[in-house]
Design a protein around this ligand. Structure first.
Ligand code: NAD
Length: 353
């Protein structure tokens, strides 16, 4: 296969983990006989410095010409003045909106080799393997908002339409069919009208997916269940705000932010893939960054945008094998582990590939 991937290294540790991800991608291309053409562009702070905007037109054009986008991280202290009119994160929101990427997929898996590094008891963490599907372009983050003239009151509106719920719920039901066949839908149907529409729509759609077991949880109860029975979840579907909060809560189960990938998908196979972590200014330039979230984002890109399941699995298995050998970047190291640099960790993954 021949495919074009637009790469956006961004800021901080972004370029450090991107370089390593491209080595992994090259190796997969070589092993499976694919030609991956990569085209690099600016986003975030690096783009502000060079062009005055966080998402230059040139970057959008390059992404439009690609089959998928691979992004590392944006932001950093240099651009963090809250009063600035141009900010690195704007580039991220704009690119998701430009490509209509309404479904955010965030897998959270606890690796057996890292179970003692995470904050919950070992028996609670065994077999945790959750896929969050979060609605990404609607809900309260995109509703009408207003600060009232008196300075003492303001409002945000949470609006969902049936079709917005249906399209993201379809993604979640299909994902559950390809996994362990269970979907947990999160809402606040006891209080919010928009969430009653959410539940009603998910219940109706369930008729098309009778092989999937459907569970509904109120968001407040879900925060507790996430800590008391995390291994009972398979696919978790939530709106924009509840999905944001719950997926961050669950991310600590994996032991480090550096481990987690994500995908933002739209109506077809085009998608944007990025690790969950930010630009980690505190460790930049020291080859301390954990590249696993970035590598797993490459695996998701191969799986969802290019339908290369075997290639994706091969990367995931190589990471499992390196962790099982006891190699760790500093953020996931225990006392007995061998701490290696970003590049050394990648070398070990390439050797397994
Ligand atoms: P962060 O994710 O950058 O860092 C939080 C902590 O986790 C830090 O101690 C960092 O060293 C550590 N960490 C993160 N990724 C790691 C990795 N791969 N390996 C090892 N350790 C890792 O979050 P922050 O400090 O809140 O934000 C820093 C900057 O990143 C800010 O400008 C923020 O706006 C931006 N940010 C960007 C994104 C994105 O690009 N999607 C997401 C979150 C934050």
């Amino acid at each position: 296969m021949k495919a074009t991937i637009a790469t956006l290294p961004g800021d901080g540790i972004g370029p450090e983990v991107m370089v390593e991800a491209l080595r992994v991608l090259d190796k997969i291309g070589e092993k499976f006989g694919h030609e991956f053409i990569t085209t690099e562009s600016l986003i975030g702070g690096a783009a502000i410095d060079a062009t005055g905007t966080s998402l230059p037109d040139e970057t959008i054009k390059t992404c439009e010409a690609a089959d998928a986008i691979l992004l590392a991280a944006v932001g950093g202290p240099k651009w963090s003045d809250p009063t600035a009119s141009v900010r690195p994160e704007q580039g991220l929101l704009q690119i998701r909106q430009h490509f209509g990427l309404f479904a955010n997929l965030r897998p959270v898996k606890v690796y057996p080799a890292l179970v003692d590094h995470a904050p919950l008891r070992r028996d609670l963490l065994e077999n945790v393997d959750i896929l969050f599907v979060r609605e990404l372009t609607g809900g309260i983050y995109f509703g009408d908002r207003q600060e009232m003239g008196d300075g003492d009151s303001s409002y945000d509106t949470m609006l969902y339409t049936k079709s917005e719920v249906e399209r993201v719920a379809n993604v979640a039901f299909r994902a559950a069919q390809g996994r362990r066949g269970k979907l947990t839908s999160i809402d606040k149907a006891n209080v919010l009208a928009s969430m009653r529409l959410w539940r009603k729509t998910v219940v109706e759609l369930h008729e098309d997916y009778e092989d999937v077991e459907l569970e509904h949880l109120l968001v407040d109860a879900a925060t507790m269940h996430m800590l008391t029975r995390p291994s009972s979840f398979d696919v978790v579907l939530a709106g924009n705000m509840f999905g944001d909060i719950l997926s961050d809560e669950a991310s600590v189960l994996a032991g480090s932010l550096g481990m987690l990938p994500s995908a933002a998908l739209g109506a077809d196979t085009f998608g944007l893939y990025e690790p969950v972590h930010g630009s980690a200014p505190d460790i930049v330039g020291q080859s301390k960054a954990n590249p696993i979230g970035m590598f797993l984002s490459v695996a998701m890109l191969l799986r969802y945008s290019l339908q290369l399941e075997d290639e994706a699995k091969t990367i995931e298995n190589a990471i499992d094998a390196v962790l099982a050998d006891g190699l760790r970047t500093g953020d996931i190291a225990g006392q007995a582990d061998k701490v290696v640099s970003t590049t050394e960790f990648t070398d070990a993954v390439l050797a397994k590939l």
